[in-house]
Design a protein around this ligand. Structure first.
Ligand SMILES: Cc1ncc(COP(=O)(O)O)c(C=O)c1O
Length: 438
């Protein structure tokens, strides 16, 4: 049972605290009183260093769409290991993965690889500035786009800091320079009128509008089509670029979120699943915008390096993983996601706990809120809702299912119908535990 002060994970954490601030390298995976240390993973299961086994619905915050140690990915990676892992020369693997992404995403004529989603978003914003010659960017309140200063503005404003009607740009990290805040226009998600009016107000200075069509931290509510259409229209009107952050949503379908919503962004940031379990990021987009990276005529408008960008291990793993994601794989992921959402929603009703799931495809988020979740503010948890979420998370863990602390669950292709049933049963049991505390 978690927590157990005699566990190997607790001991490892005690050791880690000496050499790592807070015990690890990712704020997102910090967990009180201590995290569970992974020993190994196979398929959709993870074993911790105490020998406990879990069905993994975190999947490294959505990157592991094929779970762990998938044979096709292991074969691709081991073949590359024997050939060398990193060169100061380009390799064919980069061309192969770029061609696959260009073939899948109609808005993407060309691709540039990086090492993380953070870097991909950063380079997309810099590309938009280089292309338009304008300084400002607009982004949605509460939406997470990685750790670049501009991209993390207004990531977690508290209700005390909410503007009366429209969002305001607030620093996320201490030390954020004021000029960063001045160059970020924070727009509300899923409110086309307010967003359009803010974008028009700053129109002539705006390089781009950055949007994630289903932003996890802002609640995982899917964007209304009308919202994305309004952003597409107004960005063309003011001469700004539309940038989609598909670091997570590319796992929603063969052509990503842009295929589902049928929107043509100028630039797309990718990451997570395109690396087959290895660190990755990519920027893709229209040829005229991607030209900012092109050094053929001399120093490019936007120089971009990266010692490990497009490294062949990542490229080969990514290619193997992406090839497995055909229409049938996405149909199966969609069906599993729909089953888990329906099963957990039914359990909420059965146990008379207010709340339910949101999400699409292989992604879902559990909310303990008795209201429609549409954006960051509607997803904001009261103290009581936070308490219920904490009880649920602990109870789910002790029933052998891993989910992110904020209720995010990401499914993977190795999951069977029996695994899906087990996830629903565990969630139902955990909701029963929440019900007993009401
Ligand atoms: C939507 C979105 N964009 C960007 C990022 C940053 O990606 P990375 O963690 O690879 O830097 C994330 C990470 O979770 C994300 O969810």
């Amino acid at each position: 049972m978690y927590p157990d002060s005699n566990s190997s994970s607790q001991k490892m954490y005690d050791r880690a605290l000496a050499s790592l601030p807070g015990g690890n390298s990712r704020t997102t995976i910090f967990m009180k009183p201590y995290p569970i240390y992974a020993a190994r993973g196979e398929g959709c299961r993870v074993w911790d260093i105490d020998g406990n086994v879990f069905i993994d619905c975190i999947n490294n915050f959505t990157s592991q769409i094929h779970g762990h140690a998938h044979p096709a990915l292991m074969a691709a990676v081991t073949a590359q290991l024997a050939l060398g892992t990193a060169f100061g020369l380009p390799t064919e693997s980069e061309v192969d993965l770029a061609e696959l992404l260009v073939a899948r995403l109609p808005s993407v004529d060309q691709v540039r690889f990086a090492n993380s989603g953070t870097e991909a978003v950063m380079m997309a914003l810099k590309a938009a500035r280089a292309h338009t010659g304008r300084p400002k960017i607009a982004k949605c309140e509460g939406a997470y786009h990685g750790s670049y200063d501009y991209a993390e503005v207004s990531l977690d404003p508290t209700p005390q800091a909410w503007g009366r009607n429209t969002p305001v740009s607030i620093a996320y990290a201490k030390g954020t320079p004021d000029n960063v805040l001045a160059d970020v226009v924070t727009i509300p998600f899923n409110d086309p009128e307010a967003a359009v009016s803010l974008i028009r107000e700053h129109g002539r200075e705006l390089a781009c509008v950055l949007v994630d069509p289903m932003p996890n931290r802002a609640g995982l509510a899917p964007a209304d089509r009308a919202y994305l259409e309004a952003l597409r229209k107004v960005t063309r009107e003011v001469g700004a670029l539309l940038v989609f952050d598909e670091v997570i949503t590319f796992r929603l379908g063969y052509r990503g979120a842009q295929g589902i919503w049928d929107i043509d962004p100028d630039l797309t940031a990718l990451g997570k699943i395109i690396g087959g379990g290895f660190p990755v990021g990519a920027i893709g987009g229209h040829r005229d915008v991607m030209a900012v990276f092109d050094p053929r005529a001399g120093k490019p408008a936007l120089p971009h390096g990266g010692t490990f960008s497009a490294n062949p291990v990542t490229m080969r793993a990514g290619l193997a993983g992406m090839k497995l994601l055909d229409d049938a794989a996405f149909a199966r992921l969609d069906a599993m996601g729909a089953a888990v959402r329906a099963g957990i929603d039914a359990a909420f009703r059965r146990h008379r706990v207010p709340g339910g799931t949101v999400g699409l495809g292989s992604l879902l988020k559990i909310h303990f809120a008795d209201r429609e979740i549409r954006d960051y503010r509607s997803a904001w948890l009261s103290e009581e809702e936070t308490r219920r979420q904490t009880v649920f998370a602990r109870a789910l863990l002790n029933r052998g299912v891993l989910a992110a602390g904020n209720g995010l669950m990401a499914l993977s292709t190795p999951m069977t119908d029996a695994d899906i049933d087990a996830i629903i049963e565990a969630a139902s049991g955990a909701l029963g535990e929440v019900a007993s505390t009401l």
